[in-house]
Write a protein that binds this ligand. Structure first.
Ligand code: ADP
Length: 474
């Protein structure tokens, strides 16, 4: 049996140096969003367990700082890609094809950072006074606490674990309680690849606030990397302030998707489907609101509705499913509230689906008023609200009128216009004539309330390194 298959049922310990039950013996149920049935049980970590995980990370830290993970974990993740994808679909609900894409993306972080490890290169220079050398080197920052959400259970974990391990840090990962099985399976694969016990620990807990809070107040912990809501990000930033921890925050988004009058309509529709529907819309990078030039507006609206309503909806693990369920009942409730609140023309969908599991119909809302709540809140589901525009400057103003700044999408056939508007977009990332910007070789991250720091690329490893300067007398 593959490691990933083992996690598709049964009762599982957590990883605190070794595999262990919670000291309280309590467990958490993990459910399949496609039918709401319980798949597996996982040990529910207490605060004492969280601190024991820091102990394990501290014990492993000195030996790990002297090694690098190289390529082995990548090879093994790919070897189990089908079983891992199935596990992601089972506990998250997403379509198998999305899950498979995620596993490949997740595995790439090990390859990328195993390549970055030997390039943690310092420098030596002569001081302007000529009296000393300036020696600069980069050291692992210390124990890293990694907190990840349920929407990409594998990739959000590896995007943090791979650079942390590559920098020489040991870590404690706390995945979301909705999707702990993938994190446990990935950790087991990494251990099998040769990363020593204690270098990676995984605690699953229903007491996130208390357990993460306790770890962030342990003096051995030096950095926290979080992906999740801006609301929880703010809490962790406050907690991190006490020990002056470095922080990496990938928080919420409210991505605008702007279609200029000179856009290629078909390309914009293809891009819109990816930007909106990848992962069922459950991505912080998902296009949240569409602004479309009046000359293309009706064709875009009808074209998107046609494509959305043609999606095959079903159980995530069925290989031909294009749209699976949302992660849980609350997610569907939130989507439904936003849709009901919007005073708009419902072009397709507009309701939950009458079947077991947490399904919502692919929905296109046209003529949405500029101040509607659905344009201001992260929908996190298969709903596309569209607003027409006549004046590009006004559309840009609307696009930027948000506290968030993760990503913006922009379609125009005029590259000069595209670069000018990209420069004006207040977001950490812009997808210009692309429905997908995420690339492990590019710096992922947001501006404004969407976050701090960057993940992936050559920048991602810097979050786990401390600069050390030694003045050397001549
Ligand atoms: P989402 O909206 O994606 O569920 P959250 O911000 O609620 O995002 O959760 C992201 C991660 O943060 C999850 O692992 C969750 O368990 C964890 N989390 C939630 N609340 C807290 C908290 N107060 N302190 C630490 N971690 C938390």
């Amino acid at each position: 049996m593959t490691i990933a298959r083992k996690y598709q049922s049964g009762r599982h310990p957590i990883l605190i140096g070794d595999w262990r039950d919670s000291e309280t013996g309590a467990t958490i149920e993990v459910r399949n969003p496609s039918n709401d049935e319980v798949i597996a049980h996982v040990a529910n970590a207490s605060v004492a367990d969280a601190l024991a995980a820091v102990d394990a990370a501290a014990a492993a830290a000195p030996a790990w700082a002297a090694t690098s993970p190289r390529q082995r974990a990548e090879i093994l993740l790919i070897a189990e890609e089908r079983e891992l994808a199935r596990l992601i679909s089972l506990e998250n609900g997403k379509a198998y094809s999305d899950a498979l894409g995620e596993v490949r993306y997740a595995a790439e972080f090990f390859r990328w950072y195993s390549e970055e490890t030997p390039r943690i290169i310092g420098e030596m220079s002569l001081a302007p006074s000529g009296q000393n050398h300036i020696l600069v080197s980069y050291e692992p920052v210390g124990i890293a606490v990694l907190v990840t959400p349920w929407n990409f259970p594998a990739a959000m974990a590896t995007r943090k674990m791979a650079p942390a391990l590559a920098a020489g840090c040991t870590c404690v990962l706390k995945p979301a309680t909705e999707t702990p099985l993938t994190a446990l399976a990935v950790a087991e694969i990494i251990l099998k690849a040769g990363v020593p016990k204690g270098a990676i620990n995984v605690i699953v807990t229903s007491q996130s606030g208390k357990s993460v809070g306790a770890m962030l107040h342990d003096p051995r912990v030096r950095t926290v990397s979080f992906t999740g809501s801006t609301e929880v990000g703010r809490i962790l930033l406050r907690e991190a302030a006490d020990q002056v921890l470095t922080t990496s925050m990938e928080l919420g988004g409210n991505a605008p998707f702007l279609v200029c009058h000179d856009a290629n309509l078909n390309a914009a529709l293809d891009g819109a489907m990816v930007a909106k529907m990848r992962n069922g819309g459950e991505a912080c990078t998902a296009a949240n609101r569409f602004y479309v030039a009046r000359n293309l507006y009706e064709d875009f609206t009808q074209g998107l509705a046609r494509r959305m309503s043609g999606l095959k909806i079903g159980d995530g693990v069925d290989e031909d499913t294009q749209l699976g369920p949302m992660v849980n009942a609350e997610a569907v409730l939130k989507i439904d509230e936003l849709v009901r609140d919007a005073i708009a023309r419902v072009v397709t969908g507009g309701h939950r689906l009458n079947r077991a599991g947490h399904f919502y119909a692919p929905t296109v809302l046209a003529d949405v008023p500029e101040d509607a709540a659905i344009l201001k809140n992260e929908i996190f589901g298969p709903v596309a609200p569209i607003v027409p525009f006549d004046d590009e400057a006004h559309a840009m103003k609307l696009a930027n009128d948000t506290e968030f700044g993760l990503i913006s999408y922009l379609y125009t056939e005029d590259l000069k216009r595209g670069l000018r508007l990209s420069g004006q977009m207040q977001s950490g990332m812009v997808a210009l004539n692309r429905g997908l910007a995420t690339d492990l070789a590019a710096p992922f991250g947001g501006s404004k309330a969407s976050g701090l720091g960057r993940e992936g690329s050559t920048e991602g490893i810097k979050e786990y390194l401390e600069t050390k300067y030694i003045a050397v007398s001549l």
